[in-house]
Design a protein around this ligand. Structure first.
Ligand code: PLP
Length: 447
């Protein structure tokens, strides 16, 4: 087997020379050669193990080597590996029935894509076709995907690279809900949820608004959990103005926050829900755009102008049934709540020790630790990912120190997203937090 004849150095060199390292300057990309993964850990070519404290990209919710999902991949490949999307298949029908049980009530019609990005693209087109309107109001500090429309809908700095060529058509940004650092300088409670009022003001002063697009709990941009009044209020504003509410639950869905979907915390029913990642725990690439029956009915006699070759790909659907089944069998939604409370307590305890921690916030097994240069002024270490040739950012240095000590966690701009597989044990949380605790000294010393 020629694959086995490559040395580890060759694997890294070939990968490095012929592949793009994403969202980064290429010069500093030194990919680690990973050869195995099991449960909450993965292993590099030297045999060193890492605890996966952010579930890769907040997606390996079941952990690695779940045998039921692996079996389902093989069985589906044997049974029906591919058939074009205009046909009905067992996997498609069974998954649809299962989704009706686990999705928030009222979402009854599905479009299966192969990523969160693609599922968002479907949501935008469906919203535009259904309403006959164009504009979509998203928020700053959001991420919705990497293709032309989904990056245009993204509020965070990853959008900037596209903008010299012309801003994405029809996307506007409302302030994020970030009570620790409110962008419109209010203080919760007592602000009357002014950020929702501002969003309503935008709807009233724009023509042609099709939808409001939110991550119910913002993910990569810092695990921003809204106050309980916010999403019900947005729902009411959208109803009043005849605007659709799209919930992007690509990261916050599938038990991550201690509910099947984050909107369940506040009893909010979106018109469209977009998800991916945890739907298969990342074993195979699947994205889902789910709509209400009202939207579905519209397309009975209006042209549904969307589709892909790999839409409803059987190899993605069979394993999704197994992955959701495993979540149910292992009771992982309740477990995320319980272990999340344990993890949250430990992270809050770190804040008391480290002057570089500005805020610890989260819900379920979904946490952010926000670093600041100055706790009073809440000044972040960085405001964008700027690490061309020079020193890595402070959060990158802390994350690198954690890696050195066998803990992998996602660092971004000036915070960490801590979101381990939902199967994580207390002893693993203890071990990982201990490593993180020691590594945070680097940030304390950089103050
Ligand atoms: N939406 C949210 C909230 C995400 O977190 C992501 C990815 O991290 C996406 C969309 C894009 O999903 P994908 O990377 O599967 O295209």
């Amino acid at each position: 087997n020629p694959r086995n004849s490559l040395s580890s150095d060759e694997v890294v060199t070939l990968t490095r020379q012929h592949n793009y390292g994403t969202w980064r300057y290429q010069k500093s990309w030194k990919p680690l050669h990973i050869v195995d993964a099991e449960g909450c850990t993965f292993t590099d070519a030297s045999g060193k193990q890492y605890l996966d404290f952010s579930a890769q990209l907040m997606c390996s919710n079941l952990g690695h080597k779940n045998q039921a999902v692996i079996r389902a991949i093989g069985e589906q490949a044997q049974k029906l590996a591919y058939i074009m999307p205009s046909y009905a298949t067992d996997a498609r029908a069974e998954l649809s029935r299962l989704l009706l049980d686990v999705l928030p009530d009222g979402l009854t019609k599905f479009f299966f894509a192969t990523s969160g990005t693609e599922a968002n693209e479907a949501a935008f087109k469906i919203a535009r076709m259904y309403t006959g309107k164009t504009k979509i109001i998203a928020r700053y500090r959001s991420y919705h995907g990497s293709t032309m429309a989904s990056i245009a809908a993204t509020g965070d700095p990853r959008r900037w690279a596209m903008e010299p060529g012309g801003k994405g058509q029809g996307f506007l940004f409302a302030p994020e809900v970030h009570c620790y650092k409110c962008p419109i300088k209010h203080t919760y409670p007592g602000c009357g949820i002014a950020c929702a009022d501002y969003l309503e003001h935008m709807i009233e002063n724009e023509s042609d608004v099709a939808a409001v697009l939110v991550e119910p709990v913002v993910g990569t941009n810092g695990v921003l959990v809204p106050p309980p009044e916010y999403l019900p209020r947005l729902r009411e504003i959208c109803n009043r103005h005849g605007v659709l509410l799209i919930a992007d639950e690509v990261m916050s869905g599938w038990g991550r926050t201690g509910e099947w979907f984050a909107v369940n915390h506040w009893g909010v029913k979106p018109d469209i829900l977009v998800t991916a990642k945890g739907i298969t725990s990342a074993y195979v690439p699947l994205g889902l755009c789910a709509t209400t029956q009202t939207i579905a009915d519209y397309f009975e006699d209006h042209f549904f102008a969307h589709g892909h070759t790999y839409e409803a790909h059987p190899i993605t659907l069979g394993p999704a049934i197994a992955a959701i089944g495993e979540m149910q069998r292992l009771g992982l939604v309740a477990r995320a709540k319980e272990m999340g409370a344990y993890l949250g307590e430990k992270l809050h305890a770190l804040k008391l020790k480290h002057p570089s921690i500005g805020e610890v916030r989260g819900l379920g097994l979904f946490w952010a630790v926000d670093l600041v240069r100055d706790q009073q002024k809440k000044t972040p270490f960085n405001t964008k990912q700027d690490k061309v040739d020079g020193k890595p950012t402070v959060v990158d240095q802390v994350a690198a120190e954690c890696m050195k000590n066998g803990v992998s966690l996602q660092a971004w701009i000036s915070h960490f997203v801590i979101a381990p597989p939902l199967i994580i044990e207390k002893s693993q949380i203890d071990a990982a937090v201990e490593v993180f605790d020691r590594a945070l000294t680097i940030a304390d010393q950089a103050l």
